[in-house]
Design a protein around this ligand. Sequence first.
Ligand SMILES: C[S@@+](CC[C@H](N)C(=O)[O-])C[C@H]1O[C@@H](n2cnc3c(N)ncnc32)[C@H](O)[C@@H]1O
Length: 282
Amino acid sequence: MGIYPQSLLFERPWQDFFFYYPFLWLDMPSIWERIAKKQYQQFSPEINLDGYPQYYLQNFHYQTNGYLSHMSANLYDLQVEILFNGMGDAMGRRILAPLKQELEGLKRESGEKMRVLDVACGTGVTLKLIRAAITSASLFGIDLSPTYLRKANDMLAANYEELPQLLQANAEELPYRDNYFHGVTCVFLFHELPPVVRGKAIAEMFRVMKPGGVLVICDSIQRRDSPELLTMMDNFPAIFHEPYYQSYINDDLEQRLYDAGFEQIRTENHFVSKYWVARKKG
Ligand SMILES: C[S@@+](CC[C@H](N)C(=O)[O-])C[C@H]1O[C@@H](n2cnc3c(N)ncnc32)[C@H](O)[C@@H]1O
């Protein structure tokens, strides 16, 4: 109770969803062809691939042009809601309670305006939720995809609240100074990173976070938490082309967080998602 306004439950981009739904179907033949030919690193010639890490140049979820086209950005949120039977937004909302609770404590102690960074912000859905729940915070988002950032900017600018600062950047090298953010969030990134990169991203989140700051991660459930869902987890990477998912479900992210210097690490599982909450020693 009191975490976020009830109206947030119904604030989805319905017009956008209705408009783009037919495009999902129009995209299907090229997806089927890609699956049949096992072509998972396929990009249209007009898309500039310079400067992206190799692991990123994938047709994740068989998406046409991966994360690098405007159409992919326009279809993404709708695809997520279809994939999770309408639970996508609800899974994201689960980060709000621990984030808000921890930031309220920090604000009481320091009196500062809270700064929150969402790493791999995609089309801005998590920033929109945080903005509604923690109205006084300054928000920042980074993502590697310029087209997803443009979509995020459009979506977030549709309301008159403060616009988060969005930057194109790699989670492995965050373009911020040390000890800057009170809160860092990251939703559904880690299962799309190779193991070494997961470690680098966590180290960067630690570096840019203020002592006493809070990290909240949301991602897929993992093997050891939900043995009853193992068959689903084992089939998921093949059905949706997720090349790093198998290593992700076996990865000990708690240990990675401890190794980076985080403490008070706790985890929760809800539906098919898992949450890590951790603090940087104050
Ligand atoms: C599964 S989507 C999740 C997007 C968003 N957090 C959400 O919940 O809707 C993964 C996002 O991570 C971004 N991404 C992947 N690798 C990245 C990296 N190394 N640095 C920054 N962003 C990355 C992609 O561009 C994409 O927007």
